[in-house]
Ligand binder design. Sequence first.
Ligand SMILES: C[C@](O)(CO)[C@H](O)COP(=O)(O)OP(=O)(O)OC[C@H]1O[C@@H](n2ccc(N)nc2=O)[C@H](O)[C@@H]1O
Ligand SMILES: Nc1ncnc2c1ncn2[C@@H]1O[C@H](COP(=O)(O)OP(=O)(O)OP(=O)(O)O)[C@@H](O)[C@H]1O
Length: 289
Amino acid sequence: MTKTLYLPAPAKLNRLLHITRRREDGYHELQTLFQLVDISDTIGLTPRDDHRIVLNEGIDDVAHEHNLVVRAARLLQNTHLLHNAMETPRGVTLSIEKRLPMGGGLGGGSSNAATVLLGLNHLWQLNLSVDRLAALGLQLGADVPVFVKGHSAWAEGVGEKLTSVTLDTPWFVILHPGVSVSTAAVFQDPELTRNTPPITMARALQGGAPTWRNDCEAVVKKRYPPIAAALDWLNCFAPSQLTGTGACVFAAFETQEAAKQIARNASQHWPTWVAKGLNRSPLHDALGG
Ligand SMILES: C[C@](O)(CO)[C@H](O)COP(=O)(O)OP(=O)(O)OC[C@H]1O[C@@H](n2ccc(N)nc2=O)[C@H](O)[C@@H]1O
Ligand SMILES: Nc1ncnc2c1ncn2[C@@H]1O[C@H](COP(=O)(O)OP(=O)(O)OP(=O)(O)O)[C@@H](O)[C@H]1O
């Protein structure tokens, strides 16, 4: 019987997010500190004898063809075909066990895609380098490369120019304020701070957590009062921030016990997670890379 490989797709937090410039193409250049955390979706990959890419358990509301796991598998299959025209590309049956909220700023979809790229590179024995896979991943989304590289990182560009960093690893309380944020609308908002002067990585790291902030926060709070309310609530216990363009907000605690205590109260109002900060991705641990 063909065995299924189950691999984690961890979440990320943006512990600092500066927007430094709007580009000609409308996209924005960022400086961000990505930290991986230990809450994950699980992706199942079962190799097939034919060339089909099948998604068994998907996600309601996302058509299979649009699902980032299917798009990642197709991208890899097409890349392989292009360079190995004589070889029949292999297929895979995929499944997703979703725990990360969608569109929450935790990068779940991007992480799912990265797990498929690395998992299939392993199963199909393609031997593509991590750098090559990260470049392919960028075609699927700006947050895919950091998950492919598998380490907390300082990022520039739209998030693809990565330098691995080692961050502190506190326990985080993460809340989902229950609204869905349009990333495009936040980036188009005339009031968005989009001219923060670039800083060096060394300076960002030297300043540490008390100096880290997210340039999207003011606009997001104004547009989405439930996010402002969640930030105000969490700020009563520890300095709190938005991840990405939201909707999730988070705060760091020194111990698991302290985080759990706040999470117990928070969970009366919002979906809540306690997550440990990581530097290395559990996906890379699982693949032994
Ligand atoms: C802000 C972050 O969460 C930081 O981790 C991510 O860069 C967002 O990445 P994402 O959710 O994959 O966003 P995308 O789906 O690529 O972008 C949605 C829309 O937001 C705007 N956008 C996004 C990223 C970026 N660096 N500049 C932008 O202006 C663009 O209008 C884009 O059409
Ligand atoms: N496998 C997938 N998992 C989650 N979302 C997916 C997936 N495939 C496609 N999508 C689509 O991608 C959108 C963004 O998902 P994702 O969970 O990555 O957002 P996010 O956490 O806000 O990420 P980011 O921090 O990169 O903005 C979803 O709203 C959904 O429509």
